[in-house]
Design a protein around this ligand. Structure first.
Ligand code: PRP
Length: 182
C-alpha cells in the first residue's frame, strides 16, 4: 500500500472504499437512466476524477460534457451566484441531465446550476455527489439523488479535491493537517 502523504493526517476513504462507492453509485444510475441517454455534466475542476470513474461505472449509453464556474469574489458563496467560465457544448433542451460533483458543501454552486439548466429546458436535472460535507447546524441547499459518502467538516483533499491546486492527484480522500493551511 502507498505511503500516506505527509500533509495528510488521516485517510477518510481508501482507494478500495472509493471503488466500492463508485460501483454502487454506477449501478443505481444505470438502473434509473437506461434507455434515457442522459447527459452527464461534470463541474470542473474537482469533479474530473470522479467523473472519469463514474462514467465507466454507468453501464447504459450516456453523453458527457463539462462546465467550469467561478465565484464572484468573496461574497459569492453566500449569494450563490456563480459565473460561467466554460459553458456546455451540448444543447440540453429535453435532455435528462445528471450533474456530477466531487463535493457538496453549502450546495449553493449546485443550486444555481440546477436552476440554470432547468431554465434551458432540460427534461430533468439530477445530481450525483461523491461527497456531502456534514456541517453541524447547516443543511445544504440541494439534496442530491445519488450520494457517495458523508464526510466530516474538515479540510478534505484528494480524488480531485485540492488545497491551492495541490493534492487533487491523491488516489484517496484524506484530511489535510491544519498546519498546512493555517
Ligand atoms: C468546490 C466543489 C464544488 C463546490 C462546492 O469547487 O468542487 O463545486 O466547491 O461548494 P458549495 O456546495 O459550497 O457550493 P471549487 O470552487 O473549490 O473549485 P474546483 O472544483 O475547481 O476545485
Amino acid at each position: 500500500m502507498e505511503a500516506l502523504h505527509p500533509d495528510v493526517s488521516e485517510v477518510v476513504l481508501s482507494e478500495q472504499d472509493i471503488k466500492d462507492i463508485v460501483t454502487r453509485m454506477g449501478d443505481a444510475i444505470t438502473a434509473d437512466y437506461k434507455e434515457r441517454n442522459p447527459l452527464v455534466v461534470a463541474v470542473l475542476k474537482g469533479a474530473v476524477v470522479f467523473t472519469a470513474d463514474i462514467m465507466r461505472a454507468i453501464k447504459c449509453p450516456i453523453a458527457v460534457d463539462f462546465m467550469a464556474v467561478s465565484s464572484y469574489g468573496d461574497g459569492v458563496k453566500s449569494s450563490g451566484v456563480v459565473r460561467i467560465v466554460k459553458d456546455l457544448d451540448t444543447k440540453i433542451e429535453g435532455r435528462d441531465v445528471l450533474i456530477v460533483e466531487d463535493i457538496l458543501d453549502s450546495g449553493l454552486t449546485l443550486s444555481y446550476l440546477i436552476r440554470m439548466l432547468e431554465a434551458r429546458g432540460a427534461n430533468s436535472v439530477k445530481v450525483a455527489a461523491f461527497l456531502v460535507k456534514d456541517v453541524e447546524g447547516k443543511k445544504p441547499a440541494v439534496h442530491p439523488e445519488y450520494v457517495g459518502a458523508h464526510v466530516p467538516d474538515e479540510f478534505i483533499v484528494g480524488y480531485g479535491l485540492d488545497f491551492a491546486e495541490r493534492y487533487r492527484n491523491l488516489p484517496y480522500i484524506g484530511i489535510l493537517k491544519p498546519e498546512v493551511y493555517s
